[in-house]
Unconditional design. Sequence first.
Length: 71
Amino acid sequence: MPKTKNSALAAFIARKAEIDAMLARLAAASADHFGYAPDEINWGHVGTLGHYAELLKRITDSAFNEGEHAT
């Protein structure tokens, strides 16, 4: 099947829906402090969130042409 403008739009919308679902899950997890009670927090949790932040920074740098993706 040839790739048409309509099929590209449909694929784009499907990918956007995937991203929106992931962002909603992350927002909900963040609102719930990623499932941890304040008295449970240790440096391992801090490291885990640091890792998440690094991965998200790579995405936002790419999306907004910042960091190593700056033009």
